[in-house]
Write a protein that binds this ligand. Structure first.
Ligand code: ZN
Length: 322
């Protein structure tokens, strides 16, 4: 017992010594564990942070690429939209122009004639109605020929019955201004008035809502305003391809006949139903041209239906002839 106690007593210091180290080891281990787990936690957090960052970056890149694509798409669509709008506007303008305007003048004769029916000849009579118109109408009726009359508004005042006869015989009535004015240099409004007043005079005389399809400028003198006004009012413009010069005092009935005899397919022949010499020339002209199987057509009928829709057109500026 004594020994035991002694041994125990002896070992108190040792036990304390061991206790001290035990606590040191346990504490150290705890510290190590704690530190290592904190380290792990830190590492884990850093990893997660990195992953989140990468995920964000990836998302960001995807968004950025998507935005670029959206931007590209919208730019593409904008461009396409503009192209479609422009194209539709162009088609609309072309259609309106094509539906309205054939412009026959010296500089593109061949172009316009290409659009006319083969073997068509268009007889046109300007400046009437006059006292010579009736004789011409009788002959046209006799030979079953259709012609086009470019009338002035002022002559309708005195020649309404003749105008009605022109219409009832199936000829084409067209517009040649109200008072045979020289148009170049006149304002748009002044030129517009010339055409509109004539249309009103035709309508008043015929008692129907007749709308001319063609306009011919007096003296063949037209400027850009003329073309612009005619187009706005829905009129084609026509000069001529054969000039009989029948208004000249030096010209004879024979020379009128001879000029017309030289006509070819698709010619538009200029004459005046105010001229007695012309009235006298009509029968020989019709007899001669009929032999060559020319079709005498009104100016509108001379153009095929497609061609009426497909006229393409440069404004005629300048050159003047009677
Ligand atoms: Zn005239």
């Amino acid at each position: 017992m004594t020994t035991y106690l002694n041994w125990k007593q002896k070992n108190v210091a040792l036990l304390k010594f061991f206790d001290f180290y035990k606590s040191l080891i346990i504490g150290g281990s705890l510290w190590l564990l704690t530190f290592s787990s904190l380290g792990n936690l830190n590492n884990q957090l850093a990893g997660e942070k990195e992953a989140i960052y990468q995920q964000w970056q990836q998302q960001h890149n995807e968004d950025r690429l998507a935005n670029i694509q959206i931007e590209k798409n919208s730019k593409y669509l904008d461009r396409k939209y503009i192209e479609i709008v422009e194209l539709s506007q162009k088609i609309k303008a072309d259609r309106e122009r094509a539906a309205r305007t054939i412009d026959i003048h010296y500089s593109d004769r061949s172009n316009q004639r290409a659009k006319m029916q083969e073997r068509a000849v268009v007889l046109t009579f300007d400046d009437g109605p006059s006292r010579h118109t009736l004789k011409i109408l009788d002959l046209l009726k006799k030979y079953r020929v259709k012609a086009t009359f470019f009338v002035t508004g002022i002559t309708i005042k005195y020649g309404c019955d003749t105008l009605k006869k022109i219409y009832n015989q199936g000829h084409e009535i067209a517009n040649h201004t109200y008072d045979h004015s020289y148009l170049p240099g006149k304002s748009i409004n002044a030129q517009k008035w010339q055409i509109e007043a004539t249309e009103k005079a035709i309508q008043k005389c015929l008692g129907i809502n007749y709308n001319s399809r063609w306009f011919r400028a007096p003296y063949g003198a037209q400027d850009s305003n003329t073309i612009q006004v005619a187009r706005k009012l829905g009129l084609n413009t026509a000069l001529w391809t054969v000039d009989t010069n029948d208004w000249r005092s030096t010209v004879t009935t024979d020379s009128i006949i001879n000029t017309v005899k030289k006509s070819q397919s698709k010619d538009i022949i200029l004459m005046h139903d105010t001229s007695k010499k012309t009235a006298d020339a009509i029968e020989p002209i019709l007899l001669y041209l009929s032999k060559y199987r020319y079709k005498f057509l009104t100016i509108s009928d001379a153009f095929t239906i497609e061609d009426k829709e497909l006229a393409g057109i440069e404004p005629f500026l300048g050159q003047q002839r009677k």
